[in-house]
Design a protein around this ligand. Structure first.
Ligand code: FAD
Length: 373
């Protein structure tokens, strides 16, 4: 078996199969990077709460029976033949799982690279760590440039944490913060979470601009241009770049309308023996690690049932838990079920210090299971 991508989906799948099959498993896990980091670590890095080195989890720590991790860049995928080519060789798979996540295309937003910043890539978060200390007065805009985008609460979190960051530096009164979002509310599947976030924005003087995307930046005039052609002056832009499948997935012919279609019940693609999980798919959930992981669980259970002759698992519910940073050392919790009902349903637990601990446990339990750390 070959698993492409060692993110939330690939790591969870490899761990579950190794736990169940031990040395009977023959699984190759491929990733171009030498380490994994949680999406939320980018917020910690950009605001200087943690250093890049402390949030990196090196793949060299993966020692699991039946799993071989290889740091290789995948250059071609042939889903009909289930053949994968990397810069170092080729792999033929009886079962192939594509868990390559979403890439970014910052160049798709005119002016973003020259005149703005993005906090969705690790490199972007590291750059912002240097840029933010230089911002002491003026207008800051946190803005989304395109849909779909990962972790829909993340722009709201960035705006709230920016408020805390500027307050701690004693410059908040000299700054304005606006948040440009493509939805009518911050977290549409959870009205309660949206209400709590909107109240937090009002309390902190953050301007929420709903139902708008940032179409372009004009760095010479220092304005952000929205998709209704209205303009907002800015001094600091902290953006969410356009998302896309990795180039190797686009070239494989597996994607349709931008993403890999799968059967939402079992994550099978239209190619026999080929599954796809997580952000790389158009399965119908938000793009977040918690959902990639849930999809990987269904694939693992289904493969084990086939191998061991057990019952197939129930259909993927597209359910997951997201922790939302509210600032002030408090975290809220949103639970959303995207697929088991006619429309997504979310519930919300108010921000608290206790949930800070729960979020830490979310990270540390995965560090332990995936990396033995
Ligand atoms: C600021 C921010 C905050 C977030 N907060 C949360 C949160 O609190 N909770 C949550 O659940 N999610 C959060 N997310 C989202 C989460 O990080 C992603 O949705 C999640 O990582 C997706 O998992 P995945 O397995 O689908 O893909 P990924 O984790 O992206 O893994 C894909 C892997 O494929 C590899 N890859 C890609 N192309 C190639 C290639 N050609 N060759 C070899 N390897 C390749 C990549 O290196 C990567 O390791 C956040 C994201 C951001 C940006």
């Amino acid at each position: 078996m070959v698993v492409l991508g060692a993110g939330f989906g690939g790591l969870e799948l490899s761990t579950l199969l190794s736990e169940a099959l031990g040395e009977q498993l023959d699984l190759t896990l491929l990733d171009k990077n030498d380490s994994f980091f949680f999406g939320f670590s980018k917020l910690d890095v950009m605001f200087g709460r943690k250093t890049p080195d402390t949030v990196r989890l090196a793949y060299s720590n993966i020692v699991k029976p039946g799993v071989r991790f290889r740091q290789e860049t995948i250059t071609a995928i042939d889903p009909e033949a289930r053949r994968v080519t990397t810069r170092s060789g080729t792999y033929d798979a009886d079962v192939l799982v594509v868990a390559l996540g979403a890439d970014y295309d910052p160049a798709a937003t005119p002016g973003l690279i020259e005149g703005g910043n993005e906090f969705y890539s690790f490199a972007g978060a590291e750059r912002l760590r240097e840029v933010l200390p230089t911002f002491s007065k003026g207008r800051a805009i946190v803005g989304v440039t395109s849909t779909p985008f990962k972790c829909p609460p993340a722009p709201s979190e960035a705006a709230l944490l920016l408020h805390d960051y500027l307050t701690a530096r004693g410059v908040r009164d000299a700054c304005e913060i606006s948040l440009v979002m493509p939805f009518g509310s911050p977290v549409p599947p959870s009205p309660a979470a949206s209400r709590a976030l909107l109240a937090a924005f009002v309390e902190r003087g953050i301007t929420f601009v709903p139902n708008r995307l940032v179409r372009a930046l004009d760095p010479a005039r220092r304005v952000v241009i929205l998709d209704d052609e209205s303009q907002m002056p800015y001094d600091l832009f902290v953006g969410v770049p356009k998302h896309c499948v990795p180039a190797v997935v686009a070239a494989s012919g597996m994607a349709e309308d931008g993403w890999i279609p799968v059967n939402p019940k079992n994550l099978k693609t239209r190619f026999p023996g080929v599954y796809a999980v997580g952000d790389v798919t158009s399965v119908g959930t938000a793009k977040a690690g918690t959902f990639s992981e849930g999809a990987a669980r269904v694939v693992a259970a289904s493969l084990l049932a086939e191998m061991q002759g057990g019952e197939q698992p129930s259909a993927y519910a597209g359910a997951g838990t997201c922790y939302v940073e509210f600032g002030g050392d408090r975290v809220g919790r949103v639970d959303v079920d995207f697929l088991s009902g006619p429309s997504p349903r979310g519930s919300f637990i108010e921000p608290s210090v206790a949930l800070v601990g729960e979020k830490q446990h979310f990270g540390s339990s995965r560090r332990a299971r995936w990396f033995e750390l």
